[in-house]
Design a binder for this molecule. Structure first.
Ligand SMILES: Nc1ncnc2c1ncn2[C@@H]1O[C@H](COP(=O)(O)OP(=O)(O)OP(=O)(O)O)[C@@H](O)[C@H]1O
Ligand SMILES: [Mg+2]
Length: 366
């Protein structure tokens, strides 16, 4: 079974609830051992997708394969998947040990094996020392670890996690993100992780799918979706994006290599998601705030646009400038506080960018 090319594969999977299209013809392939995330805003179909993988919902159309086998009709308890929810619902009257032992005991494993498996799962989540505690005496992070052990003890081929850290405070959530990543690496199984938090998805995932209104807009590594977003939606959902409208000046192999923004500034661009671009096409240039720089006067050898500083916000390690462009719209510039900053609200400035990071997306969803 481990020879199957993918732990999980979805082919043109759609789920409708009456008139609502919750999931709209998605394709995805998750190899064995990958940490894969489904990322997107509320209501985009993440939970529905996960529930279909777990077998709690049946696809309206399309095919789901688990370890290469068609799985649409396999009932949840026969699938080699396990789902971990945000509300981890431990049995309150059972100890940590008994909570984790529940699955293996129900599967009628011999008691010595139950014990061995439970303790191994508790070791993995670093809870072996608290095996005799009751859930109410545990912190939120500890309860989440027990919930995870309760899933891992069943040795699923795919572990499905639906916003499992949503109830934790920020600091604990960040610790648990690294913990989950360590655990995934250690047990070596495939994790499919649902979140609407882009930072969380980038921190943990080998690859992620960005979903919007039931569809997948892009699948890629965190670096790919950040530096080369496929659409405006992805550019704005992942990190922060400055978007400039532009016209294509020069094309090589179907890709724009030089564009003009509305105020006449020309810039070379590094990458583009659109095939078959033509000279004169309208496109959008995506510029990340950390690739922008402020100048007192027009820089000589960098593309730049003119504006006025509207806000300067100190954020600790970085400082954020909001600049109102003379041509309209605003730009966000991020600088580290290691360099002394030179601009104050009201200052006239030029904002330049590094063309080697300028990325073009289609203007069709303008
Ligand atoms: N059982 C159901 N009956 C009717 N509509 C449903 C059902 N389950 C989900 N939906 C709808 O399907 C769409 C996708 O829901 P889903 O729960 O998958 O979103 P989500 O991405 O998990 O959102 P969130 O981040 O808020 O959890 C929503 O419009 C939701 O209202
Ligand atoms: Mg959900």
């Amino acid at each position: 079974m481990n020879d199957a090319p993918y732990a999980l594969e979805l082919r043109k999977v759609t789920k409708r609830f009456g008139d609502i299209v919750a999931v709209d013809g998605i394709d995805l392939q998750v190899p064995q051992g990958e940490f894969f995330s489904l990322l997107g805003p509320s209501g985009c179909g993440k939970t529905t997708t996960l529930r279909m993988i777990a077998g709690f919902e049946e696809p309206t159309e399309g095919t789901l394969l688990l370890a290469g086998k068609e799985g649409n009709e396999i009932p949840p308890f026969r699938r080699n998947t396990n789902l971990v929810f945000q509300s981890y619902a431990l049995f309150p009257h059972m100890t940590v040990f008994e909570n984790v032992a529940f699955g293996p005991r129900r599967a009628r494993l011999p008691e010595p094996e139950v014990r061995e498996r439970v303790m191994a799962a508790l070791e993995t989540v670093r809870m072996a020392g608290l095996a005799e505690r009751l859930p109410r005496s545990l912190s939120g992070g500890q309860r989440q670890r027990v919930a995870l052990a309760r899933a891992l003890v069943n040795r699923p081929a795919v572990l499905l996690l639906d916003e499992p850290l949503g109830a934790l405070d920020l600091k604990l959530r960040k610790e648990m993100q690294l913990e989950l990543k360590r655990i995934q690496r250690e047990v070596g199984i495939c994790f499919v992780y649902v979140t609407h938090d882009q930072e969380e998805a980038m921190t943990m995932s080998d690859r992620l799918a960005v979903m919007n209104e039931g569809r997948i807009e892009q699948i890629g590594t965190p670096e790919e979706v950040y530096h080369r977003p496929a659409t405006r939606f992805v550019a704005e959902f992942i990190g922060e994006a400055n978007i400039l409208e532009a016209t294509v000046d020069r094309v090589e192999d179907g890709s724009p290599v030089q564009v003009s923004i509305e105020d006449g500034t020309t810039t070379t661009v590094a990458s583009c998601n659109e095939a078959d671009c033509e000279v004169g096409s309208r496109v959008l240039v995506v510029l990340r705030p950390e690739h922008l720089q402020l100048h007192r006067s027009r820089p000589e050898d960098l593309p730049a646009t003119e504006g006025r500083v509207a806000e300067v916000i100190f954020q600790g390690s970085v400082i954020r400038f909001v600049v109102e462009r003379l041509a309209g719209g605003t730009l966000t510039v991020l600088d580290t506080t290691a360099t002394p900053h030179r601009a104050a609200p009201g200052d006239g400035v030029w904002v330049s960018w590094l063309p080697e990071w300028a990325h073009v997306v289609s203007s069709s969803d303008l």
